[in-house]
Ligand binder design. Sequence first.
Ligand code: FAD
Length: 388
Amino acid sequence: MRTQVAIIGAGPAGLLLGQLLHKNGIDNVILERQTADYVLSRIRAGVIEQVTMDLLDQAGVGARMHADGLVHDGVQICVDGIRHRLSFKELTGKTVMVYGQTEITKDLMDGRAAVGAPTVYSAHDVSLHDIFSDKPRVTYRSEGEPRELVCDFIAGCDGFHGVSRPSVPAGAITAYERVYPLGWLGILSDTPPVSEELIYVRHPRGFALCSMRTPTRSRYYIQCSVAEDIEAWPDQRFWDELKPRLDDEARGHLVTGASIEKSIAPLRSFVAAPMRFGRLFLAGDAAHIVPPTGAKGLNLAASDVQYLSRALVEHYADKSNAGLDHYSERALKRVWKAERFSWWMTMTLHRISDNPFDHQLQLAELDYLFRSKAAATAFAENYVGLPY
Ligand SMILES: Cc1cc2nc3c(=O)[nH]c(=O)nc-3n(C[C@H](O)[C@H](O)[C@H](O)COP(=O)(O)OP(=O)(O)OC[C@H]3O[C@@H](n4cnc5c(N)ncnc54)[C@H](O)[C@@H]3O)c2cc1C
């Protein structure tokens, strides 16, 4: 088989890239290790920046997001039982959208199916070849048969545990990493949210987040140890641990119920640089990971795809390689700012250590955030998403 761009991975990065390339007349094939149902069953991100919404509109898949997504003008931060509100709208004129990653993935899959663009699900043993030549190849097994895909470029959109990044010669890549000594225990339940806006909670017992997917579906997280066993957390224990971390009003509004999903996510910051190796381009979680505190993972995947899709369109339409040559540098500039913001939110809101000095610094950071318009504006600018 031959195509212009071989895309590894049908997560948000791969599917969005495929759709934007297709809109611009560039052939692409997506190779995904899992089945479509498995990809759709992963419960992940939920907060979408304006720039990500604009990209989904450009890809022609934004209609359901605008109909069903929840526009959020601000966010609330609760410090030791006292709630404070930061208005994105007043501070930046911008908003964010709450719309689940699962729904975005479904919209992108439907969009791809509607235009008949090829996706090979259950593609096994995907392997990248000749990435520094003019004719890179990808080999894989489908329905038990060996296959080969010859292409002009490979987009490695296969997440943190994918095959693309490890295909690069070790000496050509630098990894920057920080692993936090904590995780998030998350629960999804068909219960109404405690608040119309997200509430980030800083509490001596540990961080919590009250989030939602729809007016009847809530997503809650509590800080836990990375070594925690999910089996040790029946629903009632989760609710019993969440309640004391909340303020009185939120506790009064909390409706508990059976979980429909429960998982533990470790918190990690990671950047691989550069993001281009010959004809292989990394995008999304394949190149970087942020702790979910700043809600940036999915949005960074989208911004990488914006730079990469434009660069590929320039290559084919204008015969210019300028965008491809600058892809890594451009993407990494935005990545590092999101890494900084996600690290700052994580370090400011979690119980990171037992050292009282660290606790006082957190309280000073938060007091400054609530009292200084300059600090609040900087927070809001980062939360709604920095310009591309
Ligand atoms: C538990 C959890 C909670 C999260 N919560 C948030 C949040 O609240 N807010 C936020 O912004 N972000 C969150 N994130 C991060 C966000 O979900 C990711 O940043 C986003 O999914 C990145 O998209 P991606 O397409 O780059 O990678 P992925 O979504 O990981 O997609 C990669 C795809 O590649 C496929 N693949 C992997 N290996 C291979 C292979 N060898 N061959 C073929 N295909 C392969 C995978 O099956 C997958 O479908 C969360 C992540 C996790 C794990």
